[in-house]
Design a protein around this ligand. Sequence first.
Ligand code: ADP
Ligand code: PEP
Ligand code: CA
Ligand code: MN
Length: 664
Amino acid sequence: MADNGEFSFTNKAAGMNLVDRSRLPRIHTHVNKNGICHDDSAQPVKAQTIDELHSLQKKKSAPTTPIKDSSNASTFSVISDEERQKLQLQSISASLASLTRETGPKLVKGDPARKSETPRVAHHHHDYFTPTISVSDSALKFTHVLYNLSPAELYEQAIKYEHGSFITESGALATLSGAKTGRSPRDKRVVKDETTAEELWWGKGSPNIEMDEHTFLVNRERAVDYLNSLDKVFVNDQFLNWDPEHRIKVRIVSARAYHSLFMHNMCIRPTPEELEDFGTPDFTIYNAGQFPCNRYTHYMTSSTSIDLNLARREMVILGTQYAGEMKKGLFGVMHYLMPKRNILSLHSGCNMGKDGDVALFFGLSGTGKTTLSTDHNRLLIGDDEHCWSDNGVSNIEGGCYAKCIDLSREKEPDIWNAIKFGTVLENVVFDEHTREVDYTDKSVTENTRAAYPIEYIPNAKIPCVGPHPKNVILLACDAFGVLPPVSKLSLAQTMYHFISGYTALVAGTEEGIKEPQATFSACFGAAFIMLHPTKYAAMLAEKMQKYGATGWLVNTGWSGGRYGVGNRIKLSYTRRIIDAIHSGSLLDANYTKTEVFGLEIPIELEGVPSDILNPINTWEDKAAYNATLLKLAGLFKKNFEVFASYQIGTDNKLTEEILAAGPN
Ligand SMILES: Nc1ncnc2c1ncn2[C@@H]1O[C@H](COP(=O)(O)OP(=O)(O)O)[C@@H](O)[C@H]1O
Ligand SMILES: C=C(OP(=O)(O)O)C(=O)O
Ligand SMILES: [Ca+2]
Ligand SMILES: [Mn+2]
């Protein structure tokens, strides 16, 4: 390097200083009258101490308050922020009241780590949270409430206090859901009282395992006492259902920032104004997470319990931190509340073309609802839970919950790009230094998941509502490899397959499932429905008839042999099939009918090799194909026996046609 400039560095001689300080220009400072040096390039900060400096960093934002008592609605607009905060804390305290104590715990808003907050607010609230029974330690203690925190605040809480929380390279919050990495359907209990005994589906095949009111209260008290024993609890006040006429207000009380952020993403997020008008929730979840149920409690068969009380409009979660339990728990509640209003609740994805054609995607976990409803050429209404009312369709949720195993940027770019700041990434494995996620790694579980707000998908339809569906697509992931990649269904066939709800359950989403296996789940969601399957089926048939929707069966599973022999149908082929359904071109194709299941299958479909359209062509061993086909048909028939004696709605003719629409 030439030694000709004032700022040149020199390293010519070994052992010399890299920078020759004598050649650098001096920084000119002046000495003021106090004798203190200043660098005059910027104004000095308006702070005398470090604490003061830090206090400048955060701008005060008015606390949002959900409480509006209808009795003082007229005075609401003039009440002070302080008064609002009082009312809000009263409502949350009422939610957290232990039943024996009549009054809730003393609550303080904010993070207990910010010590200065406690005495100030504590002083305010002392006068009206007077314990009504003899004072115990729990009655003396304050519970801090972290109310509807923002994603940024929840990130900080998670990273500071929850083991296994990290920021990934793309900005998502990686978390661990603990010992449970999937739902626990065998630990779900529903209170059987006079009303629910009549209304709900009980007995063989039903997901509703009974418990009594008293046992529910035992578990509720256990969860509430646990939550109140913590230094802080998270409270989310949010909405379900984008149809404004049928919106449900939900409150979620939980112990972890992870759970609060998950529900922030999955439920509909209220605006600050909506939160001020929130009032009393329609439904409350008490999620005690890791805290187990007590095995001496009646009806308990493990340390996990998910308890639903429809009369009290409450759910209690003990002994599992799997967040999907809350999301699907609320879905069950909607399967009860919506049909009462003559609205059909659907375990389906939903999207809409630019011309307003809506498609529903029914299917069990892992069959492709999220993947196929997230379609760059169409508007996403939702990926998992919808309502079909006289107004059309509406999403129940405010977010999506995508499977991440083997996620690829190329095949699923919209989901890939949604995994950014704000997204909860469950149970994934990442590089400890770069924080790059390895989506192929199943070390924690195969059921790795991303939960993100629906607006993270660029072509989301906000508000998430649409007109009546034109196509009803039933997704089955057929591990036997004998169902065709696509079949056009008659209404009776659609109902037969809807009631059957066949798929191969893919590993991981439910505890204890290690390999795909054939399963039947009525209405493609037996784990979540509350009424008898034929009630939902009758509503679906009526709506499909009324609005002229076409039914389709799409196999997103195996081709060329059963699981272990053949391969899963390429996602790109399934996408071409779905495109042809949306565009209407498949409706006009030439069809042939299959043996045994009597399914109408197209002879040709653009972008898909014709020989895979009929599965027999893809099997080398034709005898094995026929045997497997008959085996699956037998399983269908056996499963349907329990439904053979039921009437579907008021239409005798349709009921008979449905019974005849299965395999022969
Ligand atoms: N042909 C296919 N069609 C749909 N999904 C497929 C196909 N092949 C592989 N997959 C994978 O299967 C999974 C489907 O999961 P997902 O869409 O989350 O199901 P659901 O939402 O119904 O639970 C995704 O991981 C997707 O990448
Ligand atoms: C969260 C779930 O939904 P899905 O797998 O259908 O996306 C689940 O079934 O637990
Ligand atoms: Ca599901
Ligand atoms: Mn899904």
